[in-house]
Ligand binder design. Structure first.
Ligand code: CP
Ligand code: NVA
Length: 334
């Protein structure tokens, strides 16, 4: 028997049991097979969902839109600047209005408390498409990508997050890894380490699952024998541009280079939630180069384009994962 998630919200990884996480990854894998085989799966025909985006997005927005349509649903996209939410209408009022019209609500934006408040007042499932503190839909895609490379049981794998480990992706990965019985290593300067209370909570979870949490500034100690090396941008959406100088100074020693990948296990992979600054083909990348003279930031182009990089499988898996999350929470039969 798999766990039922019908009617539930999807707000942060701490809310899920290991069995529920595994169920979502299984569902995502089976939706991926169906999609590849062009097998229709309009299981939620006639439903409607709304996507609220207060921050920009390529993968998350497109994943919710395509996944929603593949499942037979109507999809409405609302961007922060054009809605009343937060400015002329409170979060509780917005939640109650939208849940009279829609079967599910996605929110991408700022504080975790906003998505939690939406969920408290909405009568339908609310899905977190990224907040300042967490990025849970990304986690199901990342687990699917790891499973495709290492097989079903991820427990015991050594997972290293390099750089800004206190951000939404770093936080969520720490929780996800320990729930899966993996060894999570945050490698970076002390200032960018996850919140001590969350580290403590994760260590308690790890004690039950056989995983572990290590925080270290030492790249060789972290990466020797690692199975997965993961990184994310050094400045996240919502942080001021003025912080780039400080972050570059603090985090440059933690860039994922070929030298770093050479320390890892033979079958290791490189992951990144994307978007990534690995060349000068982006506006921000060019600005940073002009100010600080750095052509590549959190990952070198060599690693990003290299054979261990699975970042585009990971990006595709966002769509299958989000489909699984919507299906699990909206369908009474699974
Ligand atoms: N990884 C991710 O969430 O990408 P977007 O910001 O493009 O949605
Ligand atoms: N930490 C990044 C993740 C983007 C998907 C951000 O919040 O901007």
């Amino acid at each position: 028997m798999h766990p039922s998630m019908y009617g539930r919200d999807f707000l942060k990884m701490l809310d899920l049991t290991p069995d529920e996480i595994r169920h979502l990854v299984r569902l995502a894998a089976s939706f991926k097979e169906m999609k590849r085989a062009h097998q229709p799966h309009r299981y939620l025909e006639g439903r409607n969902i709304v996507l609220l985006f207060e921050k920009t997005s390529t993968r998350t927005r497109c994943s919710f839109e395509v996944a929603g349509r593949d499942l037979g649903m109507g999809v409405v996209y609302v961007d922060g600047s054009s809605s009343q939410m937060g400015k002329k209408e409170s979060i509780p009022d917005t939640a109650r209005v939208l849940s009279r019209m829609f079967d599910g609500i996605e929110y991408r934006g700022y504080g975790q408390e906003i998505v939690e408040e939406l969920a408290e007042y909405a009568d339908c499932p609310v899905w977190n498409g990224l907040t300042t503190e967490s990025h849970p839909t990304q986690m199901i895609a990342d687990l699917l990508t790891m499973q495709e490379n290492f097989g079903r049981d991820l427990s015991g794998l050594r997972f290293v997050f390099m750089g800004d480990a206190q951000n939404n992706v770093g936080n969520s990965l720490m929780v996800t890894c320990v729930k899966m019985g993996m060894h999570f290593v945050a490698c970076g300067p002390e200032k960018q380490m996850p919140d001590p209370a969350l580290v403590e909570k994760c260590r308690q979870i790890a004690a039950e699952t056989g995983g572990s949490v290590t925080l270290t500034p030492d790249v060789a100690e972290a990466c020797t024998g690692a199975h997965v090396v993961y990184t994310d941008v050094w400045v996240s959406m919502g942080e001021p541009a003025e912080i780039w100088g400080e972050r570059i100074e603090l985090l440059s020693p933690y860039a994922v280079t070929q030298e770093v990948m050479d320390m890892t296990a033979e079958n290791s992979i490189f992951l990144h939630c994307l978007p990534a600054y690995h060349d000068l083909k982006t506006g921000v990348g060019k600005d940073v180069y002009e100010k600080f003279g750095k052509k590549e930031l959190e990952v070198t182009d060599e690693v990003f384009e290299g054979p261990k990089s699975k970042v585009f499988d990971e990006a595709e898996n966002r769509m299958h994962a989000i489909k699984a999350i919507m299906y699990a929470t909206l369908s009474p039969v699974q």
